[in-house]
Structure formats: C-alpha cells, structure tokens
Write a protein that binds this ligand. Structure first.
Ligand code: NAD
Length: 473
C-alpha cells in the first residue's frame, strides 16, 4: 500500500519544504516524515473546499452514497496494511488496530446508507393559512480536527457523515498520527472523491492554522474530537464567526459493579473497558466503584488477569498491551499512579515503568484508592484501574456522577432491571449494561456536561452537518 506523506489539497498531493518526523512509539525511531502546511496551503485548502461545496451539495445523494460505499470496500480490502500502519505510528497492538480499521470502515458503510435517507417535512400549518416545508441542507465547509488515539476511526466518523450530508471538509489530524489520515485520503481519492471535497492539512497544534481557518468566513462548521481543554479553547475561537460546533471531548467513565453482579463477567468486561486501545480511549473505564460484598474477589481476579498481560511492541505477535502514544503520555500515566500511591492507594498489579526504549507502561491495578484521590478526577488515558469500594447503589451513583465529565459509563448488575435503573441515573451520554464495550457506528456517540456537544454516528451523526431550513408556502 502506498502511504502518502504530503498534504492533500484540491485533489492534489502538495509537498512542503517544511517537514516533521513521525515516530514509532514502540522504539522512538522515525518511520517517515510528513509535510507541514504553510499559510498559503491553509488558504488553498479552504478555497478548494469552498469551491467544491456547491457542486458536491448538488451531487445526487445516490452518487455520494456510492462513493462512500467504494471507500468502505477499499478500506476493508486494505485492512491489514492500514492496521499495521496504525500500530506503527500509534503503538497499539495489532489486534486493536485491526478492530479499529473494521470500526472505521463501518462509518463509510453506515453513512453510505444514510446519505439517501435525509428527510424533510411538508405539512399544513395548524392555522391552515400556509404549508410548512422543512428541508435539511448541507452546512457548507466543515473543519475537522481529530486526535491520535484512534487515527482512523476518528477521521471516518467525521468525513463519512460530512460527505453523506453534502459538505466538503478540511481535515487537520493529530500530528502524532498523520499517516493513517493521509492513507484514508488516498482511499477516498481512489474511490473517486471530486477534487476539493476532502482536503487534509498537517499543522502543529501550537501554530496558527486552526485559528486562521476558524476565522475564515467560508468555514461554517467545526467538528472537533480531543481533550476538553483544547475543545473549550476552540469553542471560544469559533465564537468569532458564530460557527456550528460538534465537540467530542474527554471522559472519566465510571465502572459500577453492583451488589449481586456476576463477578467473573464483571472482570471480563472490566478488562475490555479498561484495556481496549491500551486504556487510551475516551470511553475507557477510568474509575471502578465496586460493592463491598464483591470488592475482594473482583480486585483479586482483575489484578491476576492484568498482571499476566504481556506488554511489548504492537506488531509482535505475543504482545497484549502495546506502547502508549509517546514517552510524554507514558510519563503522565506513571506520575498519576505515583501520586495515587502517595495519596494512599495500594498497587495490586503493574505500577512500575519498565526499563528500556519505547513508551510502555504495564497494566496496573490500584485498590484502597481514597475517594478524593487526584487520579479519580482526571482522564488517565493509560492501562490503570483505580478501585474504590462502595456500600450501596446510591453511593456508587453519587460518586459516578461526581465529575464534570459525562461521556460513557458501565454498569454490572444482577439483572437487566437493576442495570437499566442505574443506567438511567448516570449523567452520561452512553451507558453499557453488563458489557464492556458500547461503540457502534449505528448508535449515537457523544457526551453530556464537559464531554461535549452533539453526537456522531447513528441517525444523529449526519445532522451535525445539516442546517434546517423552513419555507412558508
Ligand atoms: P488534544 O485535545 O490534545 O488534540 C486533539 C486535536 O487538536 C489534535 O489534532 C491536536 O493537534 C489539536 N490541537 C491541540 N491543541 C490545539 C490548539 N491549541 N489549537 C488547535 N488545535 C489543537 O487531544 P489528544 O491528546 O490528541 O487526544 C486525547 C483526548 O481526546 C482525550 O481527552 C480523549 O478523551 C479525547 N477523545 C475524545 C473522543 C470522543 O469521542 N469524545 C474520542 C477520542 C478522543
């Protein structure tokens, strides 16, 4: 598979003299260098997206759908090569990367199906004096900003609904993992995307390009996935043009094990909810609240399972836990664990940074974590499970909701009724009952409180890219 390393603007690959290396987090070694966009490239990308907006909006939905379907098929055919690329630039184990490619490609298929189902409304006004006609029209040029933790899925989860809706885009992926985004642009190019409909620019987060695009009146929408801190900063920037904003931000997911739950199932679910993507997922279980009658068994079994996991390069067949995205990410996780131990938590597995190269950190369990420990208030973004014992459901729910985040939550309960009752009480956009995963392209993904605004995927995802218009007749 050819992997481009330049910018994709107006249907052309544009090389820039300014290049930065992409590093393999498992070794720290460079694997490629990519072009960085200059001011002129940013202007050209917005111009290309703006010029392509009207023709793309006028393209029959069936044609847009078929393009997305071809992208799904090409991505699926290239699944193995794309997964290896993700592992090389992100560090996650190959199995996680393969699961990500499947998930990412599915957004192209799901939104190819949705492209032809965008509905309006036509009815008589209650007064009988007119007809109310409601249409949903493409919003125009959308700026997409994505993180490094799911370098493929976060890109397709935005590009697919945008194209289905009839919007054109400028994508700025994270500079830690640009190659996957460029490989997806190449897939779209091969699928026949018209020039200017999809543009990819690479830029350092510290630089002015995102701000310049947010100030350009031709950009009408910002779709951002990343941390709450950067998201709220960009919301302020976006206010100057009163942009529509879709924000998928940080999480601090609670994992509740209620009285009477099946401990073995809860441990299996915890391993998935905690360790998928090495813990670097916005939906990752971040705090474990376990009923006192089950806490000893749950902690012992989870610790035994986590201690057995082999940590190593993601492409090595026997690795079960890959590298974190960078040494800086690893050091952040290690510092949180050290601080938790200083605050009174007891390490039951892992908790020690291994010697040698690569951004590795072992699967770690902490118990007896004080309720006010700092690790419970932040997104860990690593393979660390802090456990707190609780005495009843009300206490578990109160602790679970005691955060400014509200993205995902997990509940293990004795029966579906108890699970549903507690799921309804959690302040979060998504809750999994008696299971360790919840992401699905066909379901609405998103958070409440400081975890974001809007939803991606499902029936709602395409509406982030549509404006509602009312015509009185
Ligand atoms: P981040 O906020 O640091 O960066 C996200 C993107 O914004 C990157 O493209 C980055 O280059 C860019 N960026 C950073 N600072 C910027 C600035 N000042 N101006 C303009 N652009 C800037 O996030 P990250 O570290 O890449 O990703 C991890 C975060 O993403 C976590 O908080 C995680 O929860 C969140 N996330 C959320 C979801 C979700 O769907 N809710 C999904 C994945 C990741």
């Amino acid at each position: 598979m050819h992997i481009p390393t330049d910018l994709f603007i107006g249907g052309t690959w544009v090389e820039s003299p300014d290049r930065v290396p992409v590093l393999d987090p498992a070794t720290g070694a460079p694997i490629a260098s990519v072009s960085l966009a200059g001011d002129a490239d940013i202007t050209l990308a917005v111009e290309a997206a703006a010029d392509a907006a009207a023709p793309w909006a006028a393209t029959p939905p069936r044609d847009r759908a078929e393009l997305l379907r071809r992208a799904f098929e090409l991505m699926t055919q290239r699944g193995r090569a794309l997964a290896e690329l993700i592992t090389r630039e992100n560090g996650k184990v190959l199995a996680d990367a393969q699961a990500e490619v499947t998930y990412a490609a599915e957004f192209f298929r799901w939104f190819s199906e949705e492209a032809t189902r965008i509905r309006g409304d036509y009815r008589l006004a209650p007064s009988g004096d007119k007809h109310i006609v409601v249409t949903h029209d493409p919003i125009g040029v959308s700026l997409l900003v994505t993180p490094w933790n799911f370098p493929a899925a976060m890109v397709t989860r935005k590009i697919a609904p945008a194209l289905a809706a009839g919007c054109t885009v400028v994508l700025k992926p994270a500079l830690e993992t640009p190659l996957t985004a460029l490989a997806i642009a190449a897939v779209l190019e091969e699928a026949g995307v018209p020039a200017g409909v999809v543009n990819v620019v690479l830029a350092s987060p510290a630089g002015p390009p995102v701000r310049a695009m947010l100030r350009d009146a031709r950009v009408r929408h910002l779709s951002f996935t990343g941390s709450t801190g950067v998201g709220s900063h960009l919301l302020r920037e976006a206010a100057s043009q009163v942009l529509r904003c879709s924000m998928e931000l940080g999480g601090n997911a609670p994992f509740l094990v209620l009285e009477g739950a099946d401990v073995r199932a809860a441990v299996d679910g915890a391993l998935i909810a905690k360790l998928r993507n090495g813990g670097a997922a916005c939906t990752a279980a971040n705090r474990f609240y376990v009923h006192e009658s089950l806490a000893a068994e749950f902690t012992a079994n989870l610790s035994a399972a986590m201690a057995k996991l082999r940590c190593g390069p993601g492409l090595a067949g026997d690795s079960q836990l890959g590298a974190l995205a960078s040494p800086g990410e690893r050091d952040k996780v290690a510092a949180l664990v050290e601080q938790a131990i200083a605050e009174g938590a007891r390490p039951r597995a892992g908790a020690r940074t291994p010697e040698g190269p690569g951004a590795f950190y072992p699967a770690t369990v902490l118990d007896e974590v004080p309720r006010d420990a700092s690790i419970l208030g932040v997104e860990i973004f690593g393979p660390v499970a802090p456990i707190v014992t609780v005495s009843d459901e009300d206490e578990a729910v109160a602790l679970a909701n005691g955060t400014e985040f509200g993205l995902a939550g997990y509940v293990y309960a004795s029966d579906i009724g108890a699970g549903l009752r507690v799921a309804e009480r959690l302040s979060s956009g998504m809750v999994a009952v008696n299971r360790g995963t919840l992401s699905d392209p066909a379901a609405p993904f998103g958070g409440v409180k400081q975890s974001g605004l809007g939803r991606e995927g499902g029936l709602d995802g395409v509406h982030e890219f549509l404006e509602t218009k009312y015509i009185a007749v």
